[in-house]
Design a protein around this ligand. Structure first.
Ligand SMILES: [Zn+2]
Length: 270
């Protein structure tokens, strides 16, 4: 399902079969191929991490060419590790595409039925989770860190997605993008207990005092519990902290850029 490709000098992870079969483009970016410098080197896509604004704009423009959809149509949100999902209609198109302040506030997932309107979340260790409704007539992307996972952000986004097209969740396709792996996501005992309670003991790795949680497995469990078929859930299985091709909040002590998870309906099938 997920493949590494190079477009316009940018390495991306894409799902080509989704585009062929459903007319949906799903993309996860890496950190190479942009113009940002220092800790933001080089394809930083966030206006809100201290990078030069013009460099971020150049990076987004460069990615726009690789995506093949005008940046003026892209939609970003101001993520807060919460659960709010926003349905993007014609009035929201373009919000946050060229600045931070116009991005949709206090929101961690976006859903749309609009064609050629890429939805984006920005991450550095958190998981970008893309969901595609059966037939490809609605798409969603969610920003899932450990707080959002515990709060149920995946289920809220999934409910919104299936609600706007009135479909059961079984046939939804879910792509879990690069995120910090269980190798690196050490948490306190209290967080580990909450993960175990919500997702089961298989998301817990190690023993106190060095307990880690498996964020990807937690997303998978959440999707399965909400009715998505296991065979429809795909994980890149890339750890953003171990793999040097990604921005990692923990790996760079908080001063780093952001990669993106993007999804767009490129055409309605058939
Ligand atoms: Zn790791």
């Amino acid at each position: 399902m997920l493949e590494s490709v190079c477009r316009n000098g940018i390495h991306l992870i894409e799902a080509p079969s989704l585009e062929i079969e459903l007319g949906v483009r799903a993309v996860f970016t890496c950190r190479d191929g942009g113009v940002s410098r220092g800790p933001f080197s080089s394809l930083n896509l966030s206006y809100n991490v201290g990078d030069s604004r013009s460099d971020v704009t150049s990076n987004r423009n460069h990615l726009q060419e690789a995506m093949g959809i005008a940046l003026s149509n892209w939609v970003f949100c101001r993520q807060v590790h919460g659960v709010t999902a926003t349905v993007v209609g014609p009035l929201q198109v373009g919000r946050g595409s060229t600045d931070f302040s116009s991005a949709i506030p206090r929101c961690d997932s976006l859903v749309t039925r609009l064609e050629r309107v890429p939805l984006a979340v920005l991450t550095a260790d958190c998981a970008p989770v893309i969901m595609v409704a059966p037939g490809g007539n609605a798409v969603s992307v969610a920003h899932v860190g450990w707080r959002g996972a515990l709060a149920g952000v995946v289920t809220v986004a999934l409910d919104k997605l299936t609600g706007i097209v009135c479909c059961p969740p079984g046939g939804v396709i879910a792509l879990i993008g690069p995120h910090i792996g269980p190798c690196c996501l050490e948490v306190g005992e209290e967080v580990a207990e909450r993960f175990e309670l919500r997702f089961g003991d298989e998301v817990i790795v190690g023993r106190p005092p060095a307990v880690a949680v498996d964020l990807g497995a937690a997303c998978r469990r959440e999707l399965e519990a909400a009715g998505v078929m296991s065979g429809n859930i795909f994980d890149t299985d890339i750890c953003t902290r171990c793999d040097g091709s990604y921005f990692s909040y923990r790996g760079y002590s908080g001063t780093t850029g952001r990669q993106a998870g993007l999804v767009a309906i490129t055409r309605y099938p058939g």
